[in-house]
Design a protein around this ligand. Structure first.
Ligand SMILES: Cc1ncc(COP(=O)(O)O)c(C=O)c1O
Length: 460
């Protein structure tokens, strides 16, 4: 395989005309004759490069600080660091990860309003100054332990329409914000701006508009008290795939006018965001293998005909990753996943109501409650797309089931584009690389070459 490899950055180059999906097929073919059919991911780093270009086209005034919590894969962090993104870290370990690949402290915001004292001290020791807070106690902790901190006041939003609500836990009201600013003045703590999060999986762009307008109020309060506030952080909540009701550009087309109204370009306010799922969701495809199967014949059907009875059945499939692993997103992220089959069903093939279960001994470990599928066999594969956000990051090895192996890939044009962006920033005439995601092999129906990734060692 033609791979770029060092400790942080391990991926294979895609040969021209091949897509990440082809690599999934290739990996499946490689193990087809063995019993060793562990679940695995193929993650396309080029997809992250494309997302970065798309971000700046849609939100030219907003610098992304990637929310590491969403997926802390080193190759992802490295890709985004080369692209020039900043990072939202929620803990000492996330700060260490980002700094271990050479990101400077100015490119980090410690965006956790409730921090352990030892971790505030750690941030101080390694020069990370930007951090969020939303309470008086946090203000006092920071005043004592990080005299150089530049604090960002997190305000609450109406996230009632988001898939995952965050303002139930974090964020000050406008009334509390004034009290906190007054207290900060007494403690001589520097407040440089305001942050918010509209909730992950935001379904109402007006939430951003209201939050930006509230942030303006807090900036005005800060100015009255003599603070020089110059940072607005509009958080995350942006969709990471296309299978959503509200598309990324529909949200950004509402955000931009609000930013221009409340924080015009000549206001001198720097605007950042903390996108997580936006960057990584669509880059990961998970392949799982059917390890067991149960046929449930409907005993209530009342038919004496053997063929009728056989048709009147439901199927239970057990696969080798579940809610204690990658599919924790079902429990923690309210995700609804659906399988994609690797084999095309025949035109006249019968479909059965089927459920899909993870490999552990827990009854909670159900991935899909009901889905119409043709009859599958032990050893067959299922794919799950858009699996990059809040999946591997929180996966456990409960019951001794290991996390899936990760294979990172990137096309050469994306690799080149990533380095062009590093050198020159995002140019208006950036090439449209979307065609690269159509697999030549899939289009022409040709057999895959034995290796659609090739090998070489490259140093950046
Ligand atoms: C403070 C903060 N910022 C950013 C994010 C990322 O959100 P999203 O993945 O919706 O972009 C989260 C997610 O929980 C968060 O808590």
């Amino acid at each position: 395989m033609n791979s770029f490899s060092n400790d942080d950055f391990d991926f294979s180059f895609l040969e021209e005309g091949f897509s990440a999906r082809d690599i999934v097929e290739q990996k499946i073919n490689e193990v087809s004759l063995s019993d060793d059919k562990d679940a695995f991911y193929v993650a396309d780093l080029g997809d992250i490069v494309k997302k970065h270009v798309r971000w700046f086209k849609a939100l030219p005034r907003v610098t992304p600080f990637y929310a590491v919590k969403c997926n802390d894969g080193k190759a992802i962090v490295k890709t985004l660091s080369i692209l020039g993104a900043g990072f939202d870290c929620a803990s000492k370990t996330e700060i260490q990860l980002v700094q271990s690949i050479g990101v400077s402290p100015e490119r980090i915001i410690y965006a956790n309003p409730c921090k352990q004292v030892s971790q505030i001290k750690y941030a101080a020791s390694c020069g990370v100054e930007k951090m969020t807070f939303d309470s008086e106690v946090e203000l006092m902790k920071v005043a004592r332990n990080h005299p150089n901190a530049k604090l960002v006041l997190r305000i609450a939003t109406d996230d009632s329409k988001a898939v995952c609500r965050l303002s139930v836990k974090f964020g000050a009201t406008l009334k509390t914000s004034r009290l906190l600013l007054e207290r900060a003045k007494e403690l001589n703590v520097d407040i440089i701006g305001v942050s918010f999060h509209v909730g992950s999986g935001c379904t109402d762009p007006q939430t951003y508009v209201q939050a930006v307008s509230d942030a303006r109020c807090v900036f005005d309060m800060g100015a009255e008290l003599g603070f020089n506030m110059h940072l607005l952080d509009i958080g995350g909540g942006f969709p990471g795939s296309e299978d959503v009701k509200l598309k990324f550009e529909e949200i950004t087309s509402v955000i931009n006018p609000a930013l221009d109204k409340y924080f015009p370009a000549d206001s001198g306010v720097k605007i950042i965001a903390e996108p997580g799922r936006y960057y990584v969701a669509s880059s990961f495809t998970l392949a799982v293998n059917i390890i067991a199967k149960k046929v449930m014949v409907n005993e209530q059907s009342g038919s004496d005909d053997e063929e009728d009875a056989a048709n009147d059945k439901t199927l239970m499939y057990y696969v080798n990753d579940g809610v204690y692993g990658s599919f924790n997103c079902i429990l923690f992220d309210h995700a609804h996943v659906k399988p994609v089959l690797t084999k095309k069903p025949k035109p006249d093939e019968k479909f059965y109501s089927s459920s899909i279960w993870g490999p552990t001994c827990d009854g909670l470990d159900r991935i899909v409650e009901r889905f119409e599928l043709p009859e599958l066999q032990v050893g067959d594969w299922m794919l799950f797309e858009n699996m990059g956000a809040y999946t591997v990051a929180a996966a456990s090895t409960f019951n001794g089931f290991q996390r899936p192996t990760l294979y990172y890939v990137m096309s050469r044009p994306h690799w080149q584009l990533m380095h062009d962006i590093k050198e020159h920033g995002i140019l208006p005439e950036v090439p449209d690389l979307s065609a690269l995601h159509v697999s030549c092999a899939q289009e022409s129906g040709m057999e895959l070459a034995p290796a659609v990734c090739t090998a070489a060692s490259i140093n950046v």
